[in-house]
Design a binder for this molecule. Sequence first.
Ligand SMILES: [Zn+2]
Ligand SMILES: [Zn+2]
Length: 872
Amino acid sequence: MPSGREIRAGFLDFFAARDHRVVRSAPIVPEGDPSLLFTNAGMVQFKQIFLGQATPSHRRVVDVQKCLRLSGKHNDLEQVGRDTYHHTLFEMLGNWSFGDYYKAESIEWAWDLLVKQWKLPTDKIWATVYTTDDEAESLWKKITPLPPSRILRFERENFWEMGETGPCGPCSEIHLDRGPAACDHQGIAHTCAVNGDCARYIELWNLVFIQYNREPDQSLRELPSKHVDTGMGLERIVAVLQNVLSNYDTDLFRGIIDATENLARRIYGTDPEADVSFRVIADHARAVSVMIADNVLPSNEGRGYVLRRVLRRAARHGKMLGLDGPFLTYLVEAVVGILGDAYPELRERQTFIAEVVRSEESRFAETLDKGLGLLESEIAKLPARAGVLPGDVAFKLYDTYGFPLDLTEDIVRGHGHSVDGAGFTRMMEEQRARGREAKKFVAQSAGSGDRRSRFVGDRIYEWESTVTSVATEDGERPQGVHAGEIAEVVTEETPFYGESGGQLGDTGTMRTERGARLEVLDTLRHGPDLVVHRVRVLEGGIARGDQVRLLVDAARRDRIRLNHSATHLMHGVLRERLGTHVRQAGSLVAPERLRFDFNHTSPISAADLEAMEDEINARIRANVECVAEEMAYDEAMKRGALAFFGDKYGDRVRVLQMGSFSTELCGGTHVQRTGDIGLFKFRGESGVASGVRRVEAMTGGGALDWVQEREERLRQIGATLRSSEEEAVERLEKLLAQSRELEKRIEKLQRDQAKSQSGDLLSQAREHDGVRVLAARVDGLDDKALRELVDRMKEKLGSSVIALGATDGAKVTLIAAVSKDLVKRFHAGDLIKRIAPLVGGNGGGRPDFAQAGGKDPSRLDEALAKVHELIG
Ligand SMILES: [Zn+2]
Ligand SMILES: [Zn+2]
């Protein structure tokens, strides 16, 4: 039996072999067509070609298009799940001729594929043509062995129009008779027939021959070239080829139903009511995944609200199967398994999709039970049959419990009642008016005490929400802020993590549909339920009530994520190695590094640091799963979770568990598996206060960069030393020994030189009033040698004043000495203070000894000459 995947590929291959170009499915959100909420037919991406506004790059095209029928006149939502063949998301197989082949080839190839390749029984196939389309009928007779009795003519069913005006034409359909057992009108007065509204005869393939344009005056104008647009629902043909009556029994759905069975611990096919829920969930899981993969995110308007409605409808059916809390998120994997090959964006964004679904499900789970309780008690008040649920109840369910109107209607209809839709709409409008009033009120009072903002989840980087508050330093600004301004913006929900628990806040951007662009400079947490974005408006403006798209700088968040998870691993290892007295005293988790302060009294040895680094990296390589779970505080303590002292926790806490390595309370963002961290490197260890040590570390790509930088430096050292890196240390030791040896020799040479100079110097001493004064220049001596020389001269001259100067060409050293017997008369420190300025320096010292440095060797002789002047 061919799989759905094989049938999909087989269709494309069949037409590719007949010169058709295989094109990718268009996104589910039509590009450049605001009139349409979702792509609902294969022809959407080719509309411009039919309208003559674009030239096709290929005249023959084949594709598989993902389609959603969730809005407008093609809205099958209510019907989905109740039968076995309506879907919100379906795949449309289509071959296309843009002014190329026409009726003959279309009919011949359809027949060849269905009968010759896929082996459908000839005697079960019926064809239909438009009332006046003799050409199509004769082609069916000529090309295929169909008897005339199985070629039927229809009026309305066989004329296809794109809209009120535009391209249109007759069509020819292929129907399949699945036998009397397939009829879903058993037991009532009914005759099974083609186009007779029964499941026995199903339409397989529609071949549309586009040859007219419907003009505004409703007349038909012949198009200059004729086109073919065919469509065959994949789900249906797969059911036929897999020989099952229900689309839900094909492998396009079965994997999702299997996964649901496992979660619900119930079996599909044993309870008709539960089966409806199984089918709704399978259908909706596919639709929701495809929408999110194409960037539709839950919101309160437009496409986002359609997504929310579908998701909540699925959640309610999950509830009916006994599933509490998120479950749809676990079905995403099955959906990707089925559709991921044909639509790679699903595979690429699988984690993101699952996280968005999880976030939305957990949000609705909070109010679903209460809403259902209210609804049940209201339904009980209605008469036994055909009651009408008041509009204000439906509105309360919408406003307080997040029940979309169609969800309420769905439930109410199940009890044989209806909803006062007009009343609901009235309440909705009243609320909008009140909203405008409230805005005015806020403008007057500048009150903003009721701001709340929900963080949507750990692995979500993109979200859509409504602005609830815009404030500048001066306070609330209901009229909004504009380009160049800095402001604080709050939204109903946000994917931005507000700084807390040491983890820095996210940065990124915000955009509105009207083209405003904002840079999110930082994100802060003002309380457990309030996330505040600090923004700079780059372009346009933003005000309360605006719908914004929030985009987190994902690369930065990822780096933070690695550092944060590594902090927890490190904390565990520190406690194991150093003792359980180790407690967090402070922590910083930034994109570049992590810093962790903890109670410990002594420095950590290099050996301990290295051993801990090894252990942390071993835990990274163990690649265990990291799971964050919300639970009651007491439950968390029972599980042995570590809570950091000084932190405040509510009744409900988030517990992060990393395999058996670590269980701690933490609200931050984390990796999925420890292996994601990649690499951990300590960068330093120090003391910050008595009894508090600090370690700094890096992870992931940052740690690797750091290691590579050091490697590069080592290479440079090797190259400079002209040795291999391995021998660099040995070579450096040798060089240092050599250098010490040389220093010793230089010292000795200087001493020898000083000795030999002392004779000359003696002769330079002069007498002033019975005092022997020596002021001389002795270049080439270092400070030490100079001091020794001064001492020696003092010995030789006895009662004397001595000043010696030396320079190495750049700096100057001056030393002055006065023999003990003369210190009453002369002061070495004063002397040096007087002459040092001449060489651009200063200095001072004791009465018998003083020293100074200078920067101007050119006036050294002058400075020394001044000594004689001063003593004289
Ligand atoms: Zn029937
Ligand atoms: Zn943490």
